[in-house]
Design a protein around this ligand. Structure first.
Ligand code: HPA
Length: 272
């Protein structure tokens, strides 16, 4: 735990009032950071024991400030297993949020659409997740300071918050899509056969992040919300070659709706 407290002490020495809401910004969705006012920005490389993100489109900054007058922390750039970190390191910031006193975690990501009713550019509320093909981030000695060994997973994405988010989504995007996010380790996109298999298993979208963070958040008792930007239809759905450039470009197109949704959501949560 020593390294956790070192990190927390450093952050507390830079930021006086720690917000109760943290937002993890997914690939191409980082421009929400520009809307944050009265910012204190801390670069990951300056934070003791913090990992550093290596992916294009992920900036590597922790931003403290206010969004629509609501205090928030935004993580501009997250960590993925495919970068080479072990899973514990990919979720290190989530445990730091918990120790800082954060109560609500908003996880966002870019993902491929598996549900054939989805379209590129849609936003989806994550209702549940699948992670059959990856080891659990909680494998190994349990960190009792955060939570118990065996945890219930029937409310990973907080049901009450999902209900709050639905009318916001409907109002801003004209649609209210919900679904199951399937986690794949990457860094390859999936094969068409994998996508057909995931569809059979009940997945609506697929991506390479979020699930480890959501599991750790659940373990430590954070309330979690997940929002996915469908940046492409998954492999084999359309006759398209998938590229990270296209993913980032579509995420950019979703950005206006995405920012509006997050702003209204934090305002609503703040009023509870
Ligand atoms: N698969 C996995 N991860 C992704 C995708 C995808 O199709 N699109 C964006 N992230």
């Amino acid at each position: 735990m020593k390294e956790f407290f070192e990190t927390v002490d450093f952050i507390k020495s830079k930021v006086k009032d720690i917000p109760k809401i943290a937002i993890v910004l997914g690939s191409g969705l980082g421009s929400l950071a520009e809307e944050i006012e009265n910012k204190t920005i801390i670069s990951y490389k300056d934070i003791p024991n913090f990992p550093i993100s290596t992916v294009a489109g992920h900036k590597g900054e922790l931003i403290f400030g206010s969004l629509n007058n609501v205090p928030v922390i935004a993580m501009n750039g997250r960590f993925h297993y495919y970068e080479g970190y072990d899973l514990k390191m990919t979720t290190y910031p989530i445990r730091i949020f918990k120790l800082l006193g954060v109560e609500t975690l908003i996880l966002t990501n870019a993902a491929g659409g598996i549900n054939l009713n989805f379209e590129k550019g849609d936003l989806m509320i994550i209702e549940d997740q699948l992670s059959f093909f990856a080891e659990s981030v909680l494998r190994g000695p349990n960190l009792d300071e955060f939570g118990e060994r065996f945890i219930d997973m029937s409310n990973v994405y907080d049901k009450a918050y999902i209900e709050l988010l639905k009318p916001i989504m409907e109002k801003i995007t004209g649609k209210c899509l919900t679904g199951v996010y399937a986690y794949m380790k990457g860094p390859t996109y999936e094969t068409p056969a994998e996508i057909r298999a995931l569809r059979t298993l009940g997945a609506d979208a697929v991506g390479m992040s979020t699930v480890p963070e959501a599991v750790v958040a659940r373990h430590s008792g954070l309330k979690t919300i997940g929002i996915t930007c469908i940046t492409n239809m998954a492999a084999g759905v359309k006759n398209e070659v998938l590229t990270h450039e296209d993913v980032k470009e579509t995420a950019k197109k979703c950005e206006n709706n995405f920012k509006q949704v997050i702003k209204e959501l934090v305002t609503t949560i703040n009023q509870l």
